[in-house]
Design a protein around this ligand. Structure first.
Ligand SMILES: [Fe+2]
Length: 241
């Protein structure tokens, strides 16, 4: 499996505080069957002012520390909160796409969906950048219907949901929305979005098994391995809807 969304670098956001915990998170991911992980610290103005170069430095350090200790490939990325000048920031090299592939994690406001989001996605696509909208299943606005999700996909964005949402870690309602999205073919990627060993641990195997049971092994494989690999390598992903 390839996990494209994780908060594993220490002291960068609400992930781990110490390198020891980072290594434990990586070991846990690896034991669960994850072969590669993208470190995606939050980038959110005023709260997490992480830059592309700081994240790359963190990934370099992590690679060194994992050598001969844990068998896990690490790439750089960021969990980028939506801002109007995002294209410019990426072009300037302030915010990174995943492994510089042109695919980027885009976090939307969780309660109300601003209409400008559609323009932002359009602008990103015009600039050959593909946003992967993160954990839509945990957003308040999803209860207004799936219209927004269809529109995101129509505009060329991809949809990522969280492994723990599928297995019930965020409660019944999030689990049922996740299953609905999966069954309708509105999910392209599953990721762990891990933050900690205890409450938000890494690992996607349980979610993979649930998806296999619901929709078949091949489909599950697509969401946890094939599509994430396309993201890391900058190759095209086909929509299913
Ligand atoms: Fe995240």
């Amino acid at each position: 499996m390839i996990d494209i969304h994780s908060h594993i670098l220490p002291k960068m956001d609400d992930g781990p505080e110490l390198w020891e915990e980072t290594i434990k998170l990586c070991r846990m991911a690896s034991k669960d069957g994850t072969k590669a992980i993208v470190a995606t610290p939050h980038i959110m103005d005023g709260l997490y002012n992480n830059t592309r170069s700081e994240i790359i430095e963190g990934v370099k350090e992590l690679r060194k520390r994992l050598e001969g200790v844990v068998d896990l490939k690490v790439f750089h990325g960021a969990d980028i909160h939506a801002v109007p000048d995002l294209v410019e920031r990426i072009k300037k090299g302030e915010a990174p796409s995943i492994n510089d592939s042109g695919y980027l994690l885009l976090e939307l406001p969780s309660h109300i969906l601003p209409m400008e989001i559609y323009n932002l996605i359009f602008e990103l696509k015009l600039n050959k950048l593909t946003p992967i909208i993160t954990h839509v299943e945990r957003s308040g606005w999803i209860h207004d219907g799936l219209g927004a999700i269809f529109k995101f996909i129509e505009l060329g964005a991809l949809i990522q949901i969280t492994a723990m949402s599928i297995t019930g870690g965020f409660g019944r309602s999030v689990r049922s929305i996740s299953k609905r999205l999966l069954k309708k073919g509105l999910v392209h990627i599953v990721a762990s979005d891990c933050h900690s060993l205890r409450f938000r641990p890494p690992g996607m195997s349980e979610a993979r098994e649930t998806i296999s049971f619901l929709l078949g092994k091949d489909f599950a494989h697509k969401l946890v391995r094939e599509n994430p690999l396309c993201v890391v390598e900058g190759r095209k992903i086909e929509s299913f809807s």
